[in-house]
Design a protein around this ligand. Structure first.
Ligand SMILES: [Zn+2]
Length: 205
């Protein structure tokens, strides 16, 4: 090896570490990129999110479907959910997933991997070496309150879309609210007449 080769190698090596360091500091929670098609919600950047988080696609898929409470499948790198799911719901679920399964609770870095020990899933941090179990983190999270719709109550909602049957579609926390006769883009006071799972029906009052 000549001196020139060696100094080139050194230069390359140092520039590589510099890039890696910048990427570490830049870890930002990916934003869900969705659109609605018919009665489905398409998460356009599913494969990108999987790549950024460095987790199994099937693991994230199961998490999403289980926590959103709907069916869905991955096709062409996109995750297609049945039904219309508010963007906030998906982003919240993704944030929870990252908190639970990606970020190290000690140093808060994303350079971790999952390990199984019996029935417990452990998360091990490659950056600081910390190991903790997933279960204990989940407990902490269930304390966050979820807003629930109440039958007969009135809510101010913004109509984001129009459903197949011509009803206005609004979102409230985890709920999709169909509002008879509402116009897309309008903000209306809605009385809830019926709730079924995370779907609600209401009318303008
Ligand atoms: Zn760590």
């Amino acid at each position: 090896m000549t001196d020139l080769d060696y100094s080139n190698l050194l230069k390359r090596a140092s520039s590589l570490t510099a890039v890696e360091r910048i990427e570490d500091e830049r870890f930002k929670i990916p934003k869900v990129d969705i659109f609605y098609e018919g009665n489905t919600t398409v998460l356009r950047n599913f494969d990108k999110i999987v790549q950024i988080l460095n987790r199994e696609a099937t693991h994230l898929l199961k998490y999403f479907l289980g926590n959103v409470g709907t069916a869905g499948e991955v096709s062409g790198g996109r995750l297609i959910f049945q039904g219309k799911i508010p963007v906030k719901t998906l982003q919240d679920k993704l944030n929870d997933y990252i908190d639970t399964y990606v970020l190290c609770s000690e140093c808060n870095r994303p350079d971790t991997h999952l390990m199984k020990k019996g029935r417990t899933i452990l998360i091990r941090c490659d950056a600081c070496g910390a190991i903790h179990s997933i279960k204990s983190m989940k407990k902490r999270q269930t304390s966050s309150p979820i807003e629930t719709l109440k039958m007969g109550s009135e809510y101010e909602l913004t109509i984001k879309d129009i459903g197949k049957r011509g009803d206005g579609v609004a979102f409230f926390d985890k709920y999709i609210v169909y509002v008879t006769g509402a116009v897309k883009g309008s903000t209306v006071k809605v009385k809830i007449d019926k709730i079924s799972g995370n779907v609600a029906f209401g009318r303008i009052v």
